[in-house]
Ligand binder design. Structure first.
Ligand code: FES
Length: 289
């Protein structure tokens, strides 16, 4: 694994775009390495979730979603970050999506799906006054793929405009901190390692994965074994892990390993033999090597 460097190298790339109403959007690009994207998005979705909104802006349509509780899932699987609330979820491709255990995603599609550009932005009105702040992502085809809206000092908590001349400028604190870290490289990323790359174990709980309906005993066995071994490796349930047969299916993100037919006794061996001793259980690997 590459060493995690908490200092971002500034790209010094500033561009602007004129809007149809005579305003401007100023962009300041940041590096889209997995270290930067993982840390930035972990901060926004796990630590500052109350302050951000997620959406999409194109001519004729705006979508803005808020969190009312911390996201219940924030996980990186096969290149896609999944963030899930009780009622909605999002996927964002921040690392190459290889296509599951068989790596079936064609190279051109991998490049098209991946975030290729990210920038902090400020929208200015026709008089040059900033009116909103956020983060914009583009995919490999240069299409705007997702917008994150950062706190706006001109709006109250219900999104109503505050009285003229009475902005809450302290709300720009998050934008300023992100700018110092990811645009200017004047302060370090506030993590000792990429928080989204912390290894985890996942068990497919999808009913399509017959007989993974029996995932619960496997999940319990993994939990018990990791606790007994004193490992800091969370055990999660997951949607489809792209095997869809031969369940229960277990995935270990640390080295991208899938296990099939992982009943509780195999789950225990995955922890003891693979995670602790470094020897994979060859009889249950998927695909068979
Ligand atoms: S539904 Fe379980 S791996 Fe696809």
């Amino acid at each position: 694994m590459r060493e995690f460097n908490p200092w971002v190298s500034p790209l010094n790339r500033h561009t602007s775009e004129t809007t149809p109403t005579g305003g401007t959007i100023e962009y300041e690009d940041f590096s889209c390495t997995i270290a930067v994207l993982g840390s930035l998005l972990y901060t926004l979705f796990q630590e500052r979730w109350q302050e951000v909104q997620i959406g999409h802006v194109v001519q004729g349509s705006v979508l803005e979603l808020s969190f009312v509780k911390p996201p219940k899932i924030c996980i990186l699987y096969d290149g896609y970050l999944t963030v899930a609330t009780e009622t909605w979820h999002l996927h964002l491709c921040i690392e190459e999506h290889l296509g599951g255990p068989h790596c079936k995603t064609p190279p051109e599609l991998r490049s098209q799906r991946l975030v290729s550009r990210g920038a902090l932005y400020r929208r200015l009105n026709e008089k040059g006054k900033p009116t909103s702040w956020g983060i914009q992502f583009w995919n490999g085809d240069g299409e705007k793929m997702m917008t994150l809206f950062l706190p706006n000092p001109y709006l109250d908590k219900d999104e109503n405009l505050l009285p003229e001349g009475k902005p809450q400028l302290e709300k720009l604190g998050l934008y300023e901190t992100l700018r110092e870290t990811y645009i200017l490289g004047k302060q370090p990323i506030p993590f000792p390692e990429n928080p989204l790359k912390h290894p985890y174990l996942a068990v497919c709980r999808s009913s399509r994965c017959n007989p993974s309906r029996n995932w619960q005993p496997t999940f319990n066995a993994l939990k018990e074994a990791t606790e007994k071994a004193g490992l800091d490796i969370p055990v999660q349930t997951a949607g489809c892990l792209e095997v869809c047969k031969l369940g229960p299916i277990v995935f270990y993100s640390g080295d991208r390993t899938w296990y099939a037919q992982a009943k509780p006794d195999i789950a225990q061996r995955i922890v003891e033999e693979h995670l602790v001793a470094g020897n994979k259980i060859s009889t249950h690997l998927y695909p068979r090597s």
